[in-house]
Design a binder for this molecule. Structure first.
Ligand SMILES: Nc1ncnc2c1ncn2[C@@H]1O[C@H](COP(=O)(O)OP(=O)(O)OP(=O)(O)O)[C@@H](O)[C@H]1O
Ligand SMILES: [Mg+2]
Length: 255
């Protein structure tokens, strides 16, 4: 069997006395869209933070593309090909749509200050290339006409797309989306689902998706994991998850 693109082995995270994530072991194969669901406070965002390097696990290991990334710094993890969006949109508020993407690209290209200050030909070539790529990326997510607008002047759904474009600018293999459909109406959620499928194919991504909108997760994920109080209480196909008594109880409370 081929190795998984992502594998977490018995990952734990404790904050003081609170076990936020316990024995978290997931496997994600290349090209999959995998769901991560569970009630509020279940540990979903914390598990993203543990994989992307925001937090270090108290125990356990994270393997990406066959490599142990458990102790790597955030930017090294980004460079290896993991990107994410945030539950509460994080954009540079005073920057334009284009500038938000450019910042992410500079992080990846490693433009150095010496080159930039002297405006060396090497820098100018890189700069032109970066601008072209950023514009192409904005066109892919349907925001090219708005490149000069201030990021925060965009309607909510478009800010979400910009955040995804910015994540794509780091050229990830694996993309984590933390509640991308939050605050969207059914029409917007349906568009978002098509959009996620489109970018998966176009950029050959593997995606892990946290989402409370059940029609979104069930619609685009063939497999999902369910967390409750930090514990993985179920994993399986949407059909299996929907009729799992432990999942029903977690969502509806004890009968
Ligand atoms: N930095 C932190 N310090 C202390 N406790 C934290 C920290 N981050 C998260 N927690 C706690 O860990 C638990 C899991 O939180 P997490 O944000 O991962 O949940 P979630 O499943 O993403 O919930 P939601 O659906 O509300 O976003 C919660 O009890 C939360 O209060
Ligand atoms: Mg969360």
């Amino acid at each position: 069997m081929m190795g998984a693109l992502l594998e977490t082995l018995d990952v734990h995270k404790q904050f003081g006395g609170l076990v936020a994530v316990s024995a978290f072991s997931i496997r994600v194969e290349s090209g999959e869209i995998v769901g991560l669901i569970g009630p509020n406070g279940a540990g979903k965002t914390t598990s993203f933070n543990l994989i992307t390097g925001v937090y270090k696990p108290t125990r356990g290991r994270v393997l990406f593309d066959g490599r142990d990334i458990t102790r790597l710094a955030l930017h090294d993890i980004t460079r290896l090909g993991i990107a994410r969006t945030f539950q509460n949109i994080r954009l540079f508020k005073d920057m334009s749509v284009l500038e938000n993407v450019l910042v992410a690209q500079h992080m990846r290209m490693g433009t150095n200050l010496f080159e930039a200050t002297l405006r060396l030909p090497s820098y100018l070539r890189k700069e032109k290339h970066i601008h072209e790529q950023a514009r192409a990326l904005l066109a892919e997510v349907g925001l090219d006409a708005l490149e000069g607008d201030k990021a925060t002047s965009l309607p909510y759904g478009k800010q979400r797309r910009l955040e995804i474009a910015r994540a794509l600018a780091t050229e990830p293999k694996l993309l984590f989306l933390d509640e991308p459909a939050a605050g969207m109406n059914p029409q917007e959620s349906a568009e978002l689902m098509d959009f996620i499928l489109k970018i998966r194919d176009q950029f050959q991504l593997t995606i892990v998706l946290i989402e409370h909108h059940m029609q979104v997760v069930m619609g685009i994920c063939k497999r999902m994991y369910v967390l409750d109080y930090g514990v993985t209480i179920a994993h399986g196909t949407p059909e299996e998850i929907q009729k799992d008594p432990k999942v029903i109880e977690a969502y509806l409370g004890a009968p």
